[in-house]
Design a protein around this ligand. Sequence first.
Ligand code: AGP
Length: 605
Amino acid sequence: MCGIVGILGRHQVAPIILEALRRLEYRGYDSAGIATVNESRLDRRRALGKLVNLSDLLVHDPLPGKAGIGHTRWATHGAPTVANAHPHRAGRVAVVHNGIIENFRTLRAELAQVGLAHESDTDTETIALLTRYYMDQGMAPQQAAFATLDRLEGAFALAFLFQGEDDLMIGARQGSPLAVGHGEGEMYLGSDALALAPLTDRITYLEEGDRVVITRAGAQITDAQGRRANRPLTRVALDQAMVDKAGHRHFMAKEIAEQPAVLGAALGFHTSPEKTALALPEGLNFTSTDRLVLVACGTGHYAAQVAKYWFESLAGLPVETDIASEFRYRQPVLGARMSAVFISQSGETADTLAALRHVQGAVAQTVGVVNVPTSSIAREADIALPILAGPEISVASTKAFTAQLMVLLLMALKAGQDRGHLDAGAVAGHLATLQRLPGLMRAALDREGEIADLAQGLGGVNHALFLGRGPMFPLAAEAALKLKELSYIHAEGYASGELKHGPIALIDEMMPVVVLAPRDALFAKTVSNMQEVLARQGRVVLVSDRAGLAEAGPVPESLVMPQVPDLLAPFVYAVPAQLLAYHAALVRGTDVDQPRNLAKSVTVE
Ligand code: AGP
């Protein structure tokens, strides 16, 4: 995913665009660039890597102008190079783009035939060249941009800027989010409201297929059929504190620490004031549901796999989980008695959004479990359930994961209630257990010192295994994902009982094996699996409670966790998983909030 910004301002825009791009850098940071219109000129500056490089370039080579567009890139077509960095320019037009143009090769060939050759490997340059072609044919800028948009297939959020047009910007949205910001004598375009927060809280979200012609006087929107569209102007209150590090060294550290408060807020929002009954949307009903599918990517998928245990044990509801990029291609068996849940922090992940669209109309209800209530998945699902985690800036998802678990668990309780598996008293009992969660999360956070010590031992390793049983198995997979994406150590999460069926061949004294095992009904079996590792000189790290550590006997390394009810274990044991990865990243010196090759949400398939 990339981040795009456009500003028709009253002052020099390059520094303001740079600040807006900083708020979008979590979306991708392979390269960045800005183009501005200044009197009769259309100029641009582009730099490889993080925004700081573009900022340095602008110090030495300023970019004047009160109209501009900017971009921070997560490379899809073409390696991260300056030549492939946006904005792309052709003749009198410059363009920034988030998405993928699926027919760009066809268009490239057409343009080559009329002598318009590409300088880059990107699909975005094709957009600029095609617009130039139409302008060379005599079309005015808006007409040329619209003619270009008519030819594009795929996903795009676009901003166009034209030489000699200091009061014109054109935007378009198809498959990738785009918002219009309304200022005082200024107008803006941005990939999300976060980017525009310092400039305005008055936001208009474009819908699928919308195009917008912007001047400083305002915006004119047309819909996918070319009709004038009046989209609502909303006020988006984004507290500055929500997007600062609040004294933490990294956003990830802040977001891990926020979890007790986040989970308390999510629980409070979705339950009655007395906290003894659920308060989920009326429309969310499982009475006529006899099958459930949970679809997501990455961390969301592991939350889904944990939730599978809850829906089946609490509601007797059969559950399939699937990664979104596979789901719709396997021709899933849908039906009127199936409900489909799509879990996405950003609400914009292309694979998950496409999976949602695949089932619309073919299942009883679609539910979006999202952190961004204005996102595409939130708006297109029948029911949107906010996880209320607040902006999650760090690319590695932490508080969103446990907030997803909270909402999914409450949904499982609702399913149990609707299907007669849980009476009001049983639901109240589980909610009372959930009331203990913020305190237990804080107790787990208090172990950070020991966890940091454990992480020291990961500095020199290249591989690691995480083991778990029951809901701790997907948690082990999530722990492995955290370690991979933060420290670049190869890691896998495995069912403890599965180790002996092959992976145990990996075990040697260099292979840390982290066992996530509260002392629950499966603990004794996990201890047996752990002994199999110890017998082969494996480096076991047992994460358990005092009773578990006492029962397990001597282990090379361990971490004591608070004793927790089984229902709460996936939440509480997520904390050592997250902190271990965080501190391993510090040991390895990787970029905690923006690990290499990643983006916060991938809005391309
Ligand atoms: C999680 O730490 C990763 N950054 C990634 O797997 C993420 O969970 C995935 O891309 C899905 O994003 P979403 O929740 O915004 O859909």
